[in-house]
Design a protein around this ligand. Structure first.
Ligand code: PEP
Length: 257
């Protein structure tokens, strides 16, 4: 089954509102409605405060580029100081949300259970979750990468039915490749992405798994994108550093076409 590729930019904690508007406008200026609008799904995930300004630019220019958040809390409202809820994201027009990024797991103690609660809250509200999984260098050196990553996938999707799972994208992001300039080889990335798809097939059946997108993330850039996208189980990228410059992000989008 042909899956539509996706390029998602994770801006992390970068860009003030003014800077976000400039970068979003630069990307929007390159928008080609014949190809970008039809043949690839494009998402930018800026910090919370930039979501509305970025969405305003993209909507004003009538692009199909979507905005996504980088995190969310699973309760709809209440005494959760500092948190942002799914209804808040929805009101902004946010279609996507990253969950379980390794920086959230490592720096903020996010657990597999937290990731699962976030996935459920998002899909129940009709948003698309970009579910991040990935192993540390220690796990890779131990030789248990696939086991570790597939357990993260099972935990993230626990209690999520097939219809809701189809609102999710899985991003395989080896921690040792994030922001390090050290990319997984296409063969290494493909092996894990294939194992992720096999796990999804085990959970939801082959047909559902064949329709779900699995992205690679970890120092993807215009120089290495081609080899990664050539792999049968890699359907696009979750991009950190290279999404912060219009030129490189546009090159990555074009590589999907
Ligand atoms: C990320 O943080 O999701 C990521 C893939 O970062 P980078 O592309 O900078 O490695």
């Amino acid at each position: 089954m042909a899956r539509k590729p996706m390029m998602a930019g994770n801006w992390k904690m970068n860009n003030t509102i003014a800077e976000a508007v400039v970068l979003t406008q630069e990307i929007s200026n390159q928008y080609d409605k014949e190809t970008w609008g039809e043949d690839v799904d494009i998402v930018i995930c800026p910090p919370y405060v930039d979501l509305k300004p970025a969405k305003t630019v993209l909507d004003f220019d009538r692009t199909k580029i979507a905005v996504g958040a980088q995190n969310v809390y699973w309760e709809p409202s209440g005494a959760f100081t500092g948190e942002i809820s799914v209804p808040m994201l929805k009101e902004i027009g946010c279609a996507y949300c990253i969950v379980g990024h390794s920086e959230r797991r490592e720096l903020f103690g996010e657990t597999n259970e937290d990731v699962n609660r976030k996935v459920k809250a998002l899909v129940e509200a009709g948003l698309y979750a970009i579910v991040c999984v990935g192993e540390s260098l220690a796990v890779r050196d131990e030789g248990t990468t696939e086991e570790f990553v597939c357990a993260q996938v099972r935990a993230a999707f626990a209690g999520v039915d097939a219809a809701d799972a189809q609102r999710c994208v899985v991003a395989y992001e080896p921690i040792w490749a994030i922001g390090t300039g050290r990319t997984a080889t296409p063969e290494q990335a493909e092996a894990v992405c294939a194992a992720i798809r096999a796990t999804l097939a085990d959970l939801y059946g082959a047909e559902v798994a064949e329709g779900m997108r699995v992205l690679y993330g970890g120092s993807m850039n215009p120089g290495n994108v081609e080899g990664l996208l050539a792999q049968p189980n890699i359907d696009g990228g979750l991009i950190g550093g290279a999404s912060l410059k219009c030129e490189s992000f546009v090159q990555l989008i074009e590589a999907c076409l």
